[in-house]
Design a protein around this ligand. Structure first.
Ligand SMILES: Cc1cc2nc3c(=O)[nH]c(=O)nc-3n(C[C@H](O)[C@H](O)[C@H](O)COP(=O)(O)OP(=O)(O)OC[C@H]3O[C@@H](n4cnc5c(N)ncnc54)[C@H](O)[C@@H]3O)c2cc1C
Length: 390
């Protein structure tokens, strides 16, 4: 196996990332959690409950605690962006090749069962199977789509982010405004607080408006611009904005829409944002990528998978993963509208409480091994894998 990465090295992007119980479960099964736990304070693995606050009221009482009674199965982690690099450092990276930006995938001119990856530096690499984990601007996706890619859409959501000190050590918080909300969570035992401020336009449908051609997705804004955007919210939020660095960065959030019908074509499959880039409101995009990776690892390492049946195996991967990741895509969009007090079902805090109830359950409590069993059984039924003998 070879891994080709466009960047010169594994590096950090953004501030922090939340891993829900489903993502933790996959990290555990892949043996990565073990490495991770050596790098962090073990108490950081704790229930991923959220506290939701009214951003217009001065009250510091949450309007909702989720889950109400946390259990061990609710455990998650807030990861500092430097950690993934350190985890990778602890793994065998001998098959990773850097400064290798793929530009296209084509079929081999000499062997119809082989693929050729073309790189920007003019080199190529032949492979039996190509897995595209190259993010929302994926170069592998046009191969799977079978045509030019036009699915990256501006989500009409701007996001302002910065890290600074603030005491929310116990639980992450979501503070609601009008078409706006803040997500605040502590990283590294509250020595760093990750602040994400959303500002959405719900009068424009996703895909109806694009950024001007070539406009950057990430740019600097002034602190005053931020304060103007969140004017009218409570004094805690205003104090928070005052603590921001002078030029926080503003991201124009993009998603993949409409959904891909399939994550695989022939011997090529997509995973992660390349397959299902979504709004970040469930903090679940990376977790969905991990679930994709886990199913692929289990299927491609199955002793019954070989170069002759791998296309059917990848079709089964897509059949199971596409509806689940799309459910999370839809839920992420819906929850953003709830946090932003912009949901069509009503926006009183009673509505918010009702809409948020049990919201995370379908994402968090999912058994990936059931999916593996389902795929293997289906492949047996189809005669791709040998039937079980008792
Ligand atoms: C504000 C925000 C907050 C978020 N919070 C969370 C959260 O709390 N929890 C969560 O689970 N998710 C969260 N997400 C989503 C999460 O960040 C993404 O789902 C995740 O990073 C996707 O990982 P990926 O590996 O698929 O893609 P990427 O992270 O985009 O990685 C793609 C990789 O491929 C490389 N690459 C790209 N093109 C090429 C090419 N042509 N050739 C070779 N290499 C290439 C890139 O250099 C990069 O290393 C958030 C997203 C945003 C925007």
């Amino acid at each position: 196996m070879n891994l080709f990465e466009a960047a010169p090295a594994f590096s950090e992007i953004g501030a922090g990332i939340g891993c829900g119980p489903n993502a933790i479960s996959v990290l555990k099964k892949l043996g990565i959690l073990e490495h991770l736990m050596k790098l962090i304070d073990p108490s950081e693995l704790r229930d991923r409950g959220f506290r939701f606050y009214d951003g217009f009221s001065e009250s510091v009482e949450p309007i909702l605690a989720y889950p109400t009674v946390p259990e061990e199965k609710d455990q998650g982690l807030a990861l500092h962006s430097r950690l993934p690099r350190r985890i990778i450092g602890a793994l065998d990276a001998s098959s990773a090749h850097f400064n290798k930006r793929a530009t296209a995938v084509t079929e081999s001119p000499t062997n119809p069962k082989r693929l050729v990856i073309h790189f920007q530096d003019g080199t190529t690499h032949e492979a039996d199977v190509v897995l595209g984990a190259d993010g929302i601007k994926s170069t592998v996706r046009p191969y799977v789509l079978g045509h030019k890619d036009d699915r990256v859409k501006f989500a009409n959501t701007k996001l302002k982010a910065a890290g600074f000190k603030y005491d929310i050590s116990e639980y992450p918080a979501s503070v609601s405004g009008n078409s706006k909300h803040f997500i605040l969570f502590a990283i590294k035992n509250a020595s760093i607080i990750n602040v994400v401020a959303f500002d959405a336009r719900y009068d424009i449908e996703i895909g109806d408006q694009s950024l001007p051609e070539g406009a950057p997705w990430v740019e600097s804004v002034t602190k005053n611009e931020m304060k103007a955007a969140y004017k009218g919210m409570n004094s805690s939020i205003m104090a928070l904005l005052e603590c921001m660095p002078e030029t926080p960065s503003k991201w124009s959030v993009h998603v993949l829409a409409p959904p891909l019908e399939s994550y695989a074509k022939g011997r090529v499959a997509l995973l992660g944002d390349a397959a299902h880039a979504m709004l970040p409101h469930w903090g679940a995009g990376a977790g969905q990528g991990l679930e994709d990776a886990y199913l692929l690892v289990r299927l491609l390492s199955d002793p019954e998978t070989d170069v002759d049946n791998v296309e059917e195996v990848l079709q089964e991967y897509s059949r199971i993963r596409q509806p689940r990741a799309q459910m999370v895509w839809e839920g992420s969009r819906r929850s953003g509208r709830i946090y932003d007090l912009s949901h069509p079902d009503g926006n009183t805090y009673d509505d918010v409480r009702n809409n948020l109830k049990d919201m995370y359950a379908p994402v968090w409590y999912h058994n990936m091994d059931d999916d593996v069993d389902e795929v293997v059984n289906e492949l047996r039924k189809k005669g791709v894998f040998k039937a079980m003998t008792s």
